[in-house]
Design a protein around this ligand. Structure first.
Ligand code: TXA
Ligand code: MG
Length: 331
């Protein structure tokens, strides 16, 4: 949950410790409203390398830089276009990452050699407090091993890295899936937006925020129809046991006899478990990663996700995208 109450002494102590560790060049578990991040200061390349080594993340996958104000974001870019200002005013702090041309303060290590940087101003008050007290931005990917399920609770991070990463407990993440990522290319008369990763802030909201504040022509590339973020590899978000992504109609035909599924997949699963998500996408997203982890901890050998005709709309698209990438089998 987003923490808007006064911070307890215990939390203040944890925040101070996190800031101290970051200053020393360590990585920490950072609560955000989307998922927990594995954070390091952007000015220390050794600290940034620790992010990659802790996660086993390949260096070709760039990191998002997190700030604690719009002013701080402006210091990291080559130029701050009108569209970035409009969208920052509309959605920051919040789960929108904007990819913009970077300047020299952002190292090639962070951007994997790209000339652009992903910028995000998180809403979670503990993340903001840590970055503000630190006095500089942090780079933070999701705090999971590369390709695995993202963490939405502090304990997920602790378990993922065998208690080796100090993690501030900011409670369960309010959104539960990673931020929407858009790339912005703005010229004198056109704003071109490409959605690189779908998230809880959907294209209609972005379009109407822009349309109400600019006279420039807006060109929108929908999710999935264009290049995606380099880290959006086919297999991602995977729990420790296999996932079957199956459509409702196929499930109805096959589930009376699980043998048929095994036959179709040429597998021999014996103890499947169904992943049941709430019908509201907001609640489904919030519980998604916890449920995937819980299913894996049980003695089941397969997680079955049945995609129903009611799971439509862009918020569901964002959730289904994670589930497709998390799955080993798809029918
Ligand atoms: O909600 C979030 O965005 C979370 C929290 C911790 O803030 N962070 C997160 O980071 O999801 P990560 O590294 O797990 O995913 C970031 C994605 C990757 O797929 C990466 O390839 C892409 O963003 N990305 C980062 N910088 C980029 C850039 N300059 N151009 C295109 N894609 C970029
Ligand atoms: Mg990630």
């Amino acid at each position: 949950m987003t923490f808007e109450k006064p911070l307890s002494t215990e939390l203040k102590t944890a925040i101070d410790k996190a800031v101290q560790l970051l200053k020393q060049g360590d990585v920490i578990g950072l609560p955000t409203e989307t998922v927990y991040g594995l954070a390091a200061v952007i000015s220390n390349e050794d600290a940034i390398r620790k992010i990659f080594s802790t996660k086993n993340r390949p260096f070709f996958d760039p990191l998002i830089v997190h700030v604690s104000s719009i002013e701080q974001a402006k210091t990291l870019v080559h130029e701050w276009p009108e569209s970035a200002n409009i969208l920052a005013e509309a959605f920051w702090p919040g789960p929108l990452t904007m990819v913009l041309p970077k300047n020299h303060l952002v190292s090639d290590l962070i951007t994997s050699g790209l000339e652009t940087v992903g910028l995000r101003y998180p809403k979670h008050s503990i993340a903001r407090e840590i970055i503000k007290n630190l006095g500089e931005p942090v780079a933070a990917p999701s705090a999971n091993k590369f390709g695995k399920t993202s963490p939405s609770k502090a304990d997920h991070v602790r378990t993922e890295f065998d208690n080796s990463v100090f993690t501030v407990d900011g409670g369960p993440c309010e959104v539960g899936i990673e931020s929407s990522i858009i790339k912005i290319i703005e010229t004198q008369d056109t704003i071109e937006i490409t959605v690189l990763r779908a998230g809880s802030i959907v294209t209609d909201e972005i379009k109407s925020a822009l349309a109400s504040k600019t006279n420039k022509r807006i060109v929108f590339h929908q999710p999935g129809t264009n290049i995606e973020a380099p880290g959006q590899v086919k297999h991602h978000y995977m729990p420790t046991i296999p996932v079957l992504f199956i459509t409702e109609s196929k499930w109805k035909n096959l589930n009376t006899n699980f043998k048929d599924i095994n036959n179709q997949l040429s597998t021999n699963y014996k103890n499947p478990i169904c992943l049941n998500l709430d019908s509201s996408p907001e609640l489904a997203a919030r519980e998604l990663y916890s449920k995937l982890r819980e299913c894996s901890l049980s003695d089941h050998d397969l997680i079955v996700f049945v995609h129903t005709h009611l799971q439509v709309g862009e918020y569901w698209t964002a959730i289904l995208d994670r589930l497709r990438r998390a799955s080993t089998h798809s029918i």
